[in-house]
Design a protein around this ligand. Structure first.
Ligand SMILES: [Mg+2]
Length: 170
């Protein structure tokens, strides 16, 4: 693990450590959430890369025992999967729902729920598209719109909103 990733991971561990109510599962979109491009315009021979702080955030969650999953509507699942393998993060994800759909990821989340058994209210979701955020929020998932990919700021916001929601539902 590189120094930058290690540094981000340690900061992310601190952020996570500030909260008692934590999600059981954190779900990530791919394009413009974990990586800064649409993978449908790439090809499998390319070398993909993540947003600068994404890898540190993912590894911190895993280290704290919080599961991670992917929900992507890309029209090219084979490229997305090849990129996850090349990045060496493929095996981190407990569930990978990667396929196009007409709805805004409600089907993806039903399947993630069925596969993992985690209730929607125990999930946290990051995505760069407002229509996905709106649809998945209605299912009971704490959903965060990212403007510049997943980073420490998005993690801070996500965990704070998750805590508030958990406190208000008690
Ligand atoms: Mg996206």
């Amino acid at each position: 693990m590189g120094d930058d990733i290690e540094k981000t991971k340690n900061e992310a561990l601190q952020v996570i450590g500030q909260h008692r109510d934590l999600p059981r599962l954190v779900v990530f979109d791919l394009d413009y959430t974990l990586w800064p491009f649409y993978c449908e315009f790439g090809d499998e021979d390319e070398e993909p890369y993540l947003y600068g702080e994404a890898s540190g955030v993912l590894h911190a969650l895993k280290e704290k025992g919080i599961d991670v999953a992917v929900a992507s509507r890309t029209p090219t699942p084979e490229i997305a999967t090849a990129f996850l393998r090349k990045l060496g993060i493929h095996s981190l994800f407990l569930a990978q729902e990667i396929y196009p759909s007409w709805n805004h990821k409600t089907e993806h989340f039903q399947k993630i729920h069925r596969k993992t058994g985690v209730p929607f209210t125990s999930m946290l979701f990051f995505d760069d598209e407002d229509r996905n955020i709106q649809a998945v929020t209605k299912m009971g998932v704490t959903s965060i719109l990212v403007g510049n990919g997943v980073n420490l700021g998005a993690l801070r916001q996500g965990l704070a909103e998750f805590s508030q929601k958990s406190a208000s539902s008690r």
